[in-house]
Design a protein around this ligand. Sequence first.
Ligand SMILES: Nc1ccn([C@@H]2O[C@H](COP(=O)(O)O)[C@@H](O)[C@H]2O)c(=O)n1
Ligand SMILES: C[C@@]1(CO)OP(=O)(O)OP(=O)(O)OC[C@H]1O
Length: 163
Amino acid sequence: MQGNLNIRIGQGFDVHAFGEGDHVMLGGVRVPHAQGVVAHSDGDVVIHALCDAILGALALGDIGQHFPPSDPRWKGVDSSAFLRHCNALARERGWTLGNADLTVICERPKIGPHAQAMRETLAATLGVDIDAVSVKATTSERLGFTGRGEGIAAQAAVLLQSV
Ligand SMILES: Nc1ccn([C@@H]2O[C@H](COP(=O)(O)O)[C@@H](O)[C@H]2O)c(=O)n1
Ligand SMILES: C[C@@]1(CO)OP(=O)(O)OP(=O)(O)OC[C@H]1O
């Protein structure tokens, strides 16, 4: 028996096309790369997928409804602000992040060397222990848009638990 423990799950997915630039923001970490991404904000696919997972668990829509791409306030903004907002929505409703499991899908850049920094940064932004945040990566074996190096994708799964 779980007693009075309430839990919610959520999942999120995001994609950005590669474009001009010399780095990509991933999980709040600046990762050097031969290209940047095309986005209204800083284009952090990891944080965007994580925000959508949290919003999904709360049944509160998606990131584009909270931060419309048509709104100039979000132009070039650090996506950590979106994550703090989604985390606050959860806390206000009596939920805390149990854990988040994140997967980055791209051929390049290599994520492994940056995964620990992403975990630390995301855990600090969310106010949770680093053990609650997992960052994984996979190529798509050169198949599809990620395989051709046209863009980068991220998936997120979260569990929220009642405080
Ligand atoms: N952008 C990426 C993609 C993958 N990795 C790591 O490489 C390992 C092998 O990836 P496969 O797609 O061949 O399964 C895997 O363990 C990933 O952690 C990476 O660091 N960056
Ligand atoms: C983050 C927002 C902010 O306007 O824009 P983008 O940076 O383009 O990213 P996307 O993943 O398309 O999510 C929609 C928007 O909420």
